[in-house]
Every structure is written in structure tokens, then in C-alpha cells.
Design a protein around this ligand. Structure first.
Ligand code: SF4
Length: 163
């Protein structure tokens, strides 16, 4: 979804978004019931916990200060085992969908250096023209992907009010 902003090569060389520390482990992708079944075919030992009404996230043991959790779907040689069928969270990362004061907003994870190097105007234009509508529609249909607002994540766009 982001290939106009981030090349596949840039993402393949980085993979930061597939590795988590204790502070961003909440960023592990939200997984639908159907995707969970698919993951279990690939990784029969994968463990999940419920998130919200009908979604899951990977079970992660408690992480100490220097511990990292690598997404079980990351193949060190080939990248994501799900190919182009990644969870929505991964398709739009480093954009995030968050909720503050009863309103949804698209934010951006500051840790993605390739996106941080882009002018804000470029990001906003891309959201307006290509992706914001898709993100807000997905969030409305799948509220489990909406995270509470984290003030380290700059807000790029608020969901338009419908009144
Ligand atoms: S599902 Fe794939 S893209 Fe998403 S965090 Fe795991 S390995 Fe990375």
C-alpha cells in the first residue's frame, strides 16, 4: 500500500517494524480470525491472545529492558512469510490508526527513518489522495486495530466528522 512512499527494497533492508522491544510491543499486528487460521497452517506452534471482540495478537513473554520480540512470521532470509497478505497494521505501517477523545486519527511511528525523511506535505498528500479513506473505513469496520493515542506518534490527519 505504501510503495509510492517506501520501496520494497527499503523495507526489505530494514524490517524494524517486525521486531519489537518492551516499549513498542503493543505494535505487534492485530490478526483476524481467518488470518490466525492461516498462520497456524504456516506455524502450528504459534501462540495468540485475544484482542477485542474478534481479533488476536501474538503471545509475547515478558520482555526485559534489552529483550526483543521478533514477529514469528519474519523469515530472516525471505521476509514476511505472509507475502503480500500481511495484517492491515503491517500494510500501512508506519502509519497508525489511533483514538483520542472519541475521535480516530492517522498518526505516524517516528521510528521509521525512511518515512521521517519525507516532507510532511508529501505524507499528507499521499494520505489524502491514496490511503486515508481506506484506513478510516477499515478502522470503522475493525475497531480492534484502533490503538489508544500515544503522544510520541504525531497526528497527521483526523477522521472527518460526519455531522
Ligand atoms: S506479519 Fe509480517 S510484516 Fe507484519 S510484523 Fe510479522 S513479519 Fe513483519
Amino acid at each position: 500500500m505504501l510503495t509510492k512512499l517506501l520501496s520494497r527494497e527499503t523495507c526489505a533492508d530494514c524490517r524494524l517494524c517486525c521486531i519489537f522491544d518492551r516499549y513498542d510491543v503493543w505494535e505487534t499486528p492485530v490478526i483476524s480470525k481467518e488470518m490466525r487460521e492461516r498462520i497456524l497452517q504456516l506455524l502450528p506452534d504459534a501462540e495468540f491472545i485475544s484482542k477485542g471482540q474478534e481479533s488476536y495478537i501474538f503471545r509475547v513473554r515478558e520482555l526485559d529492558e534489552n529483550d526483543l520480540f521478533t514477529c514469528p512470521l519474519l523469515d530472516p532470509a525471505k521476509g514476511c512469510r505472509l507475502g503480500t497478505e500481511k495484517p492491515f497494521d503491517c500494510q500501512i505501517w508506519p502509519f497508525r490508526i489511533m483514538e483520542l477523545g472519541g475521535r480516530r486519527a492517522i498518526t505516524i511511528a517516528p521510528i521509521c527513518e525512511a518515512m521521517a525523511a519525507q516532507p510532511v506535505g508529501t505524507l499528507l498528500k499521499f494520505l489524502k489522495e491514496e490511503l486515508a479513506e481506506t484506513i478510516f473505513a477499515y478502522a470503522a469496520a475493525h475497531p480492534d486495530v484502533v490503538q489508544p493515542y500515544d503522544d510520541l506518534y504525531p497526528v497527521l490527519m483526523w477522521e472527518p466528522r460526519t455531522f
